[in-house]
Ligand binder design. Structure first.
Ligand code: UT7
Length: 322
């Protein structure tokens, strides 16, 4: 095949309720100032009671389909990246499938925590290049507010809820158009599983809460993200200076700045939404892409490198021409 998986549409959805940092000051020994300076986060959205991950995902999916000018039944496959599905099974993806009225094709979830959207993009790209799907709807959606320990100030102030969705479509390549996914780089190393995990799950009869050794994860982040981004760029035959936009996982502004600096790129080339969304895990990258496009930052033809790291540890990067 001589084609690529090309972006056809993007959209996002954020729950209505916005929680500013100051709201935590009433119950925790923390401050707006600490949260802002250590993480760059100013506010985050929390899902309403009864509002689930598949609800957020379906809303983002509808927005992406509208942006692509497509109907639900034009899609061959849905991949939802999430660590906070509505139920143990069926997958959040099949719930989205029914919510958007798609009665054909197939749907499944991918779980790679904060790197989930990068993993899902790679899977969608592989399905498209293998000829198993022409159009794939990839969604990152999370309700991390459901797995917070509200007495743990070192984690509960950092995360938020939301969803972003992207439509990828197979397109034959032409000499004057090299849009699409150009290269990917995925990694994981389970030796680091204790740095970021949920202390519960189906097989242990509990739900659990997120636990993180934040400063340890931080230590790995800049190095591994830079390495993944530069490896993917090298695979694409490109250099750091060719990048128009880094769309990083939005966990911490200091990690985002550190990675850009290590790559030799100014912050003017980075899409930043962490101040408004907090860390939305697998949703953070499609949310940032969608907001970046709406702001007029990301335009057709731009070279994008997107990178993420999270529990596992799992990390990776994708290089694409928008
Ligand atoms: O998305 C998945 C990947 N996750 C990440 O990328 C997160 C990576 N880590 C981080 O973003 C940062 O490590 C944090 C924002 C989590 C923490 O920043 P830090 O600069 O690494 O701080 P620290 O964990 O070393 O803690 C510094 C101090 C500690 O007090 P002592 O021991 O120095 O007295 C903490 O107890 O800050 C204290 N602290 C807080 N103080 C006020 C921790 N949380 C809070 C808080 N408010 N909410």
């Amino acid at each position: 095949m001589t084609g690529r998986a090309v972006v056809k549409g993007i959209g996002h959805y954020l729950p209505e309720r916005i929680v500013p940092n100051a709201e935590f000051e009433a119950t925790l020994e923390t401050s707006d100032e600490w949260i802002r300076t250590r993480s760059g986060i100013e506010r985050r959205h929390f899902a309403a009671e009864g509002e689930t991950t598949s609800d957020l995902a379906a809303n983002a999916a509808r927005a992406a389909l509208a942006d692509a000018g497509l109907e639900a039944d034009d899609i061959d496959a849905i991949i939802v990246a999430t660590s906070t599905p509505d139920l143990t099974f069926p997958s959040a993806a099949t719930m989205v499938q029914s919510k958007i009225g798609m009665t054909r094709g197939f749907a499944f979830d991918v779980q790679a925590v904060c790197a989930g959207f990068v993993y899902a993009l790679c899977n969608a790209n592989a399905l498209i290049l293998a000829g198993q799907a022409k159009r794939v709807l990839i969604i990152g959606a999370e309700t991390f507010s459901r797995i917070m320990d509200w007495s743990d100030r070192s984690t509960c102030v950092l995360f938020g809820d939301g969803a972003g969705a992207l439509v990828l479509e197979y397109q034959e390549q032409s000499d004057d158009d090299d849009r699409g996914i150009l290269a990917v780089d995925l990694n994981s190393d389970g030796r680091f599983k204790d740095l970021l995990y949920v202390d519960g799950g189906v097989s242990t009869h509990t739900t659990g809460h997120l636990r993180m050794q934040g400063n340890q994860v931080f230590r790995h982040a800049v190095e591994k993200l830079t390495q993944a981004a530069e490896t993917a760029l090298e695979k694409a035959g490109l250099e750091n200076k060719d990048v128009d936009w880094i769309v990083p996982h939005q966990a911490n502004i200091r990690i985002i700045q550190g990675t850009a600096k290590k790559m030799g790129l100014p912050m003017e080339n980075v899409v930043v939404t962490v101040q408004d969304h907090g860390n939305t895990s697998a949703a953070s990258i499609p949310l940032a892409m969608s907001v970046g496009k709406a702001r007029g930052q990301i335009k057709q033809g731009d070279l994008i490198v997107t990178e993420a790291i999270g529990g596992g540890l799992a990390w990776g990067a994708v290089v694409l021409r928008w």
